[in-house]
Write a protein that binds this ligand. Structure first.
Ligand SMILES: [Zn+2]
Length: 401
């Protein structure tokens, strides 16, 4: 399949290994197969099942890539009352490194292994969390050198998780948004394929979240899908998947795509609310949803277009709503998700409160990453003597009775 790149906005095409169009917007790959049918989905694990829609051979998605994707879609009726709709949780925390990023990492490393990414001998990424861990893990499994550029102020515990895969790690002092663009400029010259969050190859891998959701509902589609948005890379992948499935006739209609940000740092939601066509940088504040706190999202305008084009919206939810949703997911459904992922359920609740969703609507909340990497705060736990156990267990039984 061609690795030709095309601009979603102005339609310009290029074979050059660049990430941005001359118009400034991010490029994506000219993929898709208008003859695709659900019968074309192959048996077997991982992303290779959707080989017909991907820019690499299914056989290249081997090894660790067979463990990426194919995550459970958990119907969670325990959350319906909280949310105000019929909730289905796409549990991306089940991936090898615990986040949806593994889809793009698997695809990207497979492309590099096939020589489909051009003349490169290494991969890299700019990230302060999930994407760094994911890229380093898949590079390790593929035996490909990996450079991870992280901000200088990255918390030590996150650095430790990345370091276990032994990439070349560099803390970089300076503007994080500029570092992102600088890496894309330098990468092709230095033989490094930077698999940043909205890199064309990563977007191709991240298409598969939406393909899996649509396959689960086929021949219907869910009434809505809600995805947390940061750089706009995952949202772009979801939109691209829906466009390709629609073009092939594999889905009759495109479900509304709702994107959600943390209110403290919500450039895309603000642009949507203002009716603007472009996303501009904001001065972002702190939020518990730090994984999606991106004040200058590189694919922000493309994500904005995705929400509008599908009849969805971009929402912002505050930290209290995020906490409530995260707690509901854990205590009612037994699902530990990171704060950023809980924004999706918080957004479902908001949409239902606003009348955009009803109690009978089937809504997919994409829980992008596990909560098991992060400490969930301190817990007050009593210590009891072993001789007191008899009495305490009786108390515990009454609590749940
Ligand atoms: Zn363009």
């Amino acid at each position: 399949m061609s690795l030709e790149r095309v601009c979603y906005d102005c339609g310009r095409r290029t074979d050059a290994p660049v990430a941005r169009c001359d118009c400034g917007e991010p490029l994506w790959l000219a993929t898709g197969d208008d003859s695709f049918d659900w019968d074309d989905v192959a048996d077997g694990p991982g992303l290779g099942r959707y080989g017909a829609l991907l820019p690499v051979d299914a056989e290249a998605l081997d090894g660790l890539a067979t463990a990426a994707g194919d995550t459970p879609l958990v119907r969670a009726p325990e959350l319906d009352e909280f949310a105000g709709a019929r909730v289905h949780v796409k549990a991306e925390g089940q991936q090898p490194t615990g986040s949806f990023k593994d889809r793009g990492s698997a695809l990207g490393l497979a492309a590099v292994g096939e020589g489909a990414a051009g003349d490169v001998g290494a991969v890299g990424t700019v990230s302060h969390g999930n994407m760094a861990m994911s890229t380093a893990a898949f590079a390790a499994a593929a035996g490909v050198p990996c450079t991870v550029l992280v901000p200088a102020d990255i918390p030590a515990e996150r650095l430790g998780i990345i370091a276990q895969y032994d990439p070349t790690l560099l803390r970089v002092d300076g503007d994080y948004g500029r570092l992102y663009e600088r890496s894309l400029d330098l990468g092709p010259d230095r033989g490094v394929a930077f698999l940043n969050s909205d890199a064309p190859l990563r977007v191709e891998g991240q298409k598969t979240t939406a393909v899996e959701v649509c396959e689960a509902f086929a021949p219907d589609v869910p009434d809505a899908a809600v995805v947390p948005v940061s750089s706009g890379g995952h949202a772009s992948g979801a939109w691209k998947a829906l466009r390709e499935l629609r073009a092939a006739g594999a889905i009759d209609e495109v479900p509304p795509l709702y994107l959600v940000q943390a209110a403290a740092c919500a450039p895309i939601a603000e642009a949507f609310a203002d009716g603007r066509d472009e996303v501009t940088p904001v001065d972002g504040g702190d939020t518990v949803a730090y994984s999606i706190a991106n004040a200058d999202p590189p694919s922000g305008t493309r994500a904005l277009r995705a929400a509008r084009d599908t009849g969805g919206a971009v929402l912002a939810v505050d930290d209290d709503a995020i906490h409530d949703a995260q707690r509901a997911l854990a205590t009612a459904a037994g699902l530990s998700v990171e704060s950023s992922s809980a924004t999706a359920l918080a957004a479902v609740r908001r949409l239902a409160e606003d009348g955009d969703l009803t109690a009978s609507d089937d809504v997919v909340a994409v829980a992008t990453g596990t909560g098991l990497k992060a400490t969930a705060g301190s817990a007050s736990v009593p210590t009891v003597g072993i001789d007191e156990l008899d009495e305490r267990l009786t108390d515990a039984g009454e609590r749940t009775a």
